[in-house]
Design a binder for this molecule. Structure first.
Ligand code: FDP
Length: 323
């Protein structure tokens, strides 16, 4: 069978839409390109002394890691000049990222977390990039309006895991497909076609150190999973935990707790893209009560509780916890 690389796959998907102009294809190609550069840096991080913190802090007061800054720059540089994007948002930047006047603006809005799981960078544990793509709203819309669309307005989303191998997983509204980077040729090759999350798994992923800060019904939910024989896996990098559960089934949760009343994870560029993917793979995601994709961010960096994974475990959460 002929090898299917990411470019060919994206092009073949594009051909199915007669009205497609190729703009969207170019955005995906550029994100894949940025992710290869990021993967290269992640892989040689220990060798070239790129690890460690910069003195700067990001908008949340967290010390930025050098690789966070690097990944953020590469994502912006890959997308700002191609004439296909009108505005971007990144976890690392407080305000909307405008397209410089010297470049043409396009009809897409791209949101991303350039390097998720930053506390794992220094210790050689899998980290990732998450992205989502919206269509621009009407011309008179402000940058903020374009970035405050409902999750269901996403037209594509994906993530890259920088793990024992680098994987690019994306969905443009149809199936979810995964590509593994072959470093010898520098190409992402189709390795996981039409990914479907098992309807029920046996893994739960949560930071159990927060147990005493949870509502009682969340504790009971975890207790119920334990009674059903579930096992626990928590890497602490959202992308990596999500990726494992997508392939194996189960549930990831970062609920609200005493400290993080609104949850910890960001709605726009973390919860939305992964929720888009999980729904297209046959799973579900809620914030505790409502579907994540039905939410609308009030600000760029809104946080949300996130319960995401196989249908069975999300339904059980609704039954035992949702109000
Ligand atoms: P990190 O703080 O390392 O950047 O998005 C933030 C995130 O990682 C997720 O990747 C991860 O799932 C979660 O936070 C881990 O939070 P806890 O350390 O509180 O468990």
């Amino acid at each position: 069978m002929a090898l299917m690389n990411l470019s060919r796959f994206i092009l073949e998907e594009q051909r199915r839409f007669s009205e497609a102009t190729g703009d969207f294809t170019m955005i995906l190609e550029q994100i894949a390109f940025a992710s290869k550069i990021i993967a290269r840096e992640v892989n040689k991080a220990g060798l070239v002394n790129i690890l460690g913190s910069l003195d700067t802090q990001n908008v949340f007061g967290e010390t930025q890691q050098k690789l966070d800054v690097f990944a953020n720059q590469k994502m912006i540089e890959a997308l700002d000049h191609i004439g296909k994007v009108c505005v971007m948002a990144s976890e690392e930047i407080e305000t909307p990222i405008e397209i410089p006047d010297k470049y043409q603006k396009g009809k897409y809005v791209v949101v991303f977390d350039p390097l998720d799981g930053s506390s794992n960078i220094d210790v050689n544990v899998s980290i990732g990039t998450i992205f989502g793509i919206f269509k621009k709203k009407e011309d008179e819309c402000s940058l903020e309006d374009n970035l405050q669309q409902k999750g269901r307005d996403l037209i594509a989303a994906g993530y890259v895991v920088y793990g024992s191998s680098t994987m690019f997983v994306y969905c443009a509204g149809g199936t979810v497909n995964g590509f593994t980077l072959d470093p010898s040729v520098g190409e992402f090759l189709l390795s996981h076609s039409n990914i479907k999350i098992p309807p029920k798994g046996n893994i739960y992923s949560v930071n159990e150190a927060n147990f005493n800060k949870w509502d009682e019904n969340i504790r009971n939910y975890i207790g119920a999973l334990k009674n059903e024989g579930y096992t626990s896996r928590y890497i602490g990098s959202l992308v990596s935990d999500f990726h494992r559960n997508l392939l194996k089934g189960g549930i990831f949760l970062y609920p609200s707790d005493e400290k993080n009343k609104k949850g910890k994870l960001r709605l726009l560029y973390e919860a939305f893209p992964l929720s888009f993917i999980v729904e297209h793979a046959g799973g579900a995601s809620i914030d505790g009560n409502i579907d994540i994709l039905d939410k609308v961010p009030q600000t760029l960096h809104d946080r949300t509780p996130l319960i995401i994974g196989s249908k069975y475990e999300v339904e059980l959460f609704k039954k035992l916890v949702a109000k």
